[in-house]
Design a protein around this ligand. Structure first.
Ligand code: GLN
Length: 483
């Protein structure tokens, strides 16, 4: 049963081939047996899962048949879950049980999804390797000596290892798409404002967006239909009608105009990844798409701009962790200043401290214009690149990452080399447009991801293209050996 997709699970439950409780027990058992190898869960919510599964079975017995009713999922451990530890991968919140559910958690629970647990992540979602978690690194099920990507690396590894069919993630600069690429999954970062951020612990508020991770585009469509939508509790949530994501999957791709940005195929890209990506383009052409070379000239400025804006917002957001209101507090503080200083020094890890320092510096009176304002101006240029490109093409296609999954520890001494792994994903967050990564084959046994980008609110188009591709290929169905 652990190989089933969400769509297949819905059919199986509907036809009473198995119950949600049986399915849940089977997966909880796999987590207990296999997760010690990959460390993808921080908390397993066994009691909650079994109670939700029984409730789902009762609702099905009473005649309900919504697709997610009884579907097992997991939440990245930065979505608040009422009464359950919500750690953000940090010692700072190790003792924090959220007093309420995030809107995404609430919506999926209302749809009948069964929460198996909370997944590991880079501390406060800062990272590309899932090595900065207080709970230890996550390992890539395709090669246990390699990283699964980050920051939603726990969600990615859990799905790839068939411990859960789908999970939530968040993406500030690539944290859904990049781990999806490195573990052979489909992951979608929706348009900024499409999915509520209420109850999603903030990293960089103008960039953060929650989204679905699963093996197929169809499963992402199923999840997104429940996760997305206007939320009056999030002032940046957008009040615009939702598309029928499932219905859109079947549309033919005839006439689809694909743009290939020359900046996404240049220096720094592993040539084997470039060939795998171009093979996807050939498949899409066979399905009726046309291809055009385009340019996104400000791509090279995206990383420097992001690494001013994201730390600036993080330094402000993380000021609430002061040892007073909630979370970690140091022992025997001498006075209030000592309490603040030591609680933060002891509660946060190195990468988080690095970002707080960079962000505080960029926002300081003397440097604000030189760094923060400049970075915001570049952000506008990056957005304008996309607006012009989408006058000529319907989707933009390229690699999700410049390299394959790297060895654990390999980039620890040089954080900037890890920052560079986000070169193709960060621009979508700066602009606020939606992006999707999908499996595109393997190189030396390691998964390759292709990224598709679309204009604002065109999530349905991304899911449609990915689904059509997945109808003629089977990369997304492949499982790592041993799982
Ligand atoms: N790797 C990027 C960072 O460290 C993106 C992380 C994310 O999307 N949460 O900021």
């Amino acid at each position: 049963m652990h190989q089933l997709s969400l769509a297949e699970i819905a059919r199986g439950l509907n036809e009473r081939q198995f119950s949600a409780e049986e399915l849940t027990r089977g997966l909880l058992d796999r987590i207990a047996r296999l997760d010690p190898q990959i460390n993808s869960f921080i908390t397993v919510t066994e009691e909650l899962a079994l109670a939700q599964a029984r409730a789902a079975d009762a609702r099905r017995a009473a005649g309900e048949n919504d697709a997610l009713l009884g579907a097992p999922i997991a939440h990245k451990d930065l979505f608040c879950t009422k009464g359950i530890r919500t750690s953000c991968g940090s010692k700072m919140l190790d003792n924090f049980a959220a007093p309420y559910d995030a809107s995404v958690v609430e919506k999926l629970a209302a749809a009948g999804a069964v929460t198996l647990g909370k997944t590991n992540l880079d501390e406060f979602a800062m990272g590309s390797a899932n090595e900065s978690s207080h709970y230890g690194a996550v390992k890539n099920p395709w090669d246990l000596s390699r990283v699964p990507g980050g920051s939603s690396g726990g969600s990615a590894a859990a799905i790839a290892a068939r411990l859960v069919p789908a999970a939530t993630g968040t993406d500030t600069g690539g944290s859904i798409r990049q781990p999806a690429a490195l573990t052979n999954l489909t992951g979608l970062k929706p348009t900024y404002g499409r999915v509520s951020r209420w109850g999603m612990i903030a990293y960089a508020s103008s960039l953060d967006q929650g989204g679905p991770m699963a093996r197929s585009a169809e499963d992402c469509a199923l999840l997104l239909g429940s996760m997305a939508g206007f939320d009056p509790k999030d002032s940046t949530s957008v009040d615009q009608p939702l598309d029928d994501y499932l219905a859109a999957l079947g549309r033919p791709l005839t006439g689809l105009r694909i743009g290939l940005p020359k900046e996404y195929f240049g220096e720094g890209l592993d040539p084997k990844i470039a060939s795998a990506v171009l093979a996807v383009v050939e498949e899409l052409k066979k399905l009726g798409a046309t291809v055009k070379d385009i340019s996104l000239p400000n791509t090279q400025h995206a990383i420097p701009s992001y690494y001013v804006i994201a730390p600036a917002e993080a330094s402000s957001n993380l000021s609430r962790f002061d040892g007073v209101r909630f979370g970690y507090r140091c022992e025997n503080p001498a006075d209030l200043t000592d309490l603040y200083k030591r609680s933060r020094a002891e509660g946060f890890g190195d990468e988080v401290k690095r970002r707080i320092m960079v962000g505080t510096y960029a926002l300081s009176a003397g440097y604000y214009d030189a760094y923060y304002i400049k970075a915001q101006q570049i952000r506008r240029l990056v957005k304008n690149d996309f607006v012009s490109a989408f006058e000529e093409v319907d989707v933009i296609l390229g690699p999700t990452t410049p390299n394959l999954a790297w060895k654990l520890g390999e980039k620890n001494a040089d954080p900037v080399s890890a920052y560079l792994e986000d070169i193709y994903t960060i621009t979508a967050n700066l602009a606020g447009i939606p992006g999707l990564s999908m499996p595109a084959g393997f190189i030396d046994g390691l998964p390759v991801g292709v990224q598709l980008l679309a204009p604002y609110f065109q999530e349905a188009r991304l899911l449609n293209v990915a689904h059509q591709y997945q109808q003629v290929t089977d990369w997304h169905t492949r499982a790592p050996a041993g799982f």
